[in-house]
Design a binder for this molecule. Structure first.
Ligand code: CMC
Length: 432
């Protein structure tokens, strides 16, 4: 790592603050502004963290201009073709690819933690039949803190490891329980002899009256989607997990806050919003009319699944998913899927449009993921839950990295205050 020196001078007084910029292994240097407040009484102002690195991390790297995504240094294109979600989770959490024995042990630990406490299962009776599954999943994950609190010491590496196994293993079970609750069907218990995605599909689609035969193509497609969504460096939900976790809170509570942050349509909720948008557009003939509304900006209509804070080029995950879409739809016999055809045309038209070209807006990971989830029979309201299952691997990796760092500090941003200056309290009878 190299360091470059900078100096900020207050022109009126000549007071100075010296700063150093640290180089990472990849990406732009970062200026250490810790001395600014002491030297010049200044804070920095950067709403939306447009140019602020909130932490040092070794997990994931994105080059938004080049469309590069690396998990622990490995390109997403290689990971997507050669790995499995369970191996990716191991890689993200442990930092290295596992040996066969390590992978087997990790896989075994996940398979044998899939059941949830029966009391936790009864929580679902308290939800209305049409409760959004993201609301149920975040609430039930937060409730896990009630089951694993006294036994959880954040500073004990073995406790952290057991937490990682539990949350990765149980989140599909919790997701399936929310799915079944919406359907009014009985809960289907997990089966430890099935792999992660096959078990999940079975918990979703089997009923006590009819066993569900898992289609290996469907399980493989789901595994790929989980890999592509597993981590994305300091995105809004991961930063939320880090911020909540920095207080030393119970890690299940921190993960639940990540699920809540993911839900918004600007983040993980985009996959659900894309399908709603495609259904609203309906046919190719309506694309231009819809895009005119987007460009007009009057109604705050966005082309969902397009644009990204970091990628100003193709999101590499979108390219992989689009290709996967072709394969999955063909293998599942949905060759003339109208929503996919519409998405392809919409992408083609938008990419030639000056509005999107000038703003460097390209399809992101969520533009096509919903089409695949739909083809797998997963309802729209569950799309963001699927994202949450995948991103749990990244959230755990970042939480572990932060908690294990002896230099960790509570996250506590400052502000530019623009409210009233100090004033005297006015008694109610004297107010106009
Ligand atoms: N449709 C139309 N215009 C857009 C879009 C879009 N999808 N995205 C950005 N813009 C415009 C925006 O209005 C602004 O225009 P102008 O310069 O005229 O004011 C310009 O592009 C820059 O956008 P921004 O809002 O400053 O960019 P941002 O980095 O703050 O927002 C984003 C990034 C992802 C929130 C945004 O692109 C967006 O809302 N996209 C649609 C939602 C979506 O697909 N989200 C999923 C992101 S990928 C999955 C994940 O990681 O969560």
């Amino acid at each position: 790592m190299t360091t470059k020196k900078y100096e900020l001078v207050e022109l009126d007084s000549g007071r100075k603050s010296a700063m150093e910029a640290r180089s990472g292994t990849l990406g732009p240097d970062c200026l250490n502004i810790a001395g600014l407040s002491k030297d010049l009484g200044l804070f920095t102002f950067d709403p939306g963290f447009m140019a602020t690195a909130a932490c040092e991390s070794r997990v994931t790297f994105i080059d938004g201009d080049e469309g590069v995504l690396l998990y622990r240094g490995y390109p997403i294109e290689q990971i997507a073709t050669k790995s499995s979600f369970i191996e990716v989770a191991y890689l993200l959490i442990h930092g290295e690819l596992p040996t066969s024995q390590q992978l087997e042990q990790f896989d075994h630990a996940i398979r044998y933690h899939t059941m949830i406490n029966e009391s936790l299962l009864r929580f679902f009776n308290g939800f209305h039949h049409d409760a959004h599954p993201m609301a149920m999943v975040s609430a039930v994950i937060a409730s896990m803190a009630a089951f694993y609190h006294d036994s959880m010491d954040n500073h004990n590496p073995r406790h952290r490891e057991i937490f990682a196994h539990r949350i990765l293993a149980k989140i599909p079970t919790i997701a399936a329980a929310s799915f079944k609750h919406n359907r009014g069907q009985p809960f289907i218990y997990p089966r430890n002899d099935l792999d992660y995605c096959s078990n999940m599909l079975r918990m979703f689609f089997a009923t006590p009256a009819a066993e569900y035969e898992v289609d290996p193509v469907a399980a493989q497609a789901l595994d790929l989607l989980l890999i592509l969504h597993a981590d994305h460096e300091q995105n809004a939900s991961t930063s939320t997990v880090r911020l909540a976790g920095s207080t030393g809170t119970n890690p299940y509570a921190a993960i639940s806050s990540g699920v809540s942050a993911l839900w918004g349509p600007a983040h993980g909720g985009a996959n659900e919003a894309v399908l709603a948008m495609l259904e609203e557009i309906g046919t190719v003939d309506n694309i231009q009319k819809f895009l005119a509304r987007v460009k007009d900006k009057q109604g705050n209509t966005k082309l969902m699944g397009f644009g990204h804070r970091v990628y100003k080029n193709f999101d590499p995950r979108a390219k992989i998913i689009r290709e996967m879409c072709h394969k999955v739809l063909a293998r599942l016999g949905h060759t003339d899927n109208p929503l996919f055809e519409l998405a392809l045309r919409l992408e083609e038209i938008a990419l030639k449009d000056e509005y999107f070209i000038a703003r460097k807006l390209y399809p992101n990971v969520d533009f096509y993921s919903g089409v695949i989830y739909s083809a797998l029979g997963i309802p729209r309201s569950m799309f963001t839950v699927m994202f949450a299952i995948a991103r749990t691997a990244g959230w755990v990796a970042h939480w572990q990295e932060m908690i294990a760092d002896p230099a960790m500090k509570i996250g506590r941003p400052r502000q530019l205050y623009t409210g009233p200056v100090q004033r005297e309290y006015v008694d109610i009878e004297k107010r106009d």
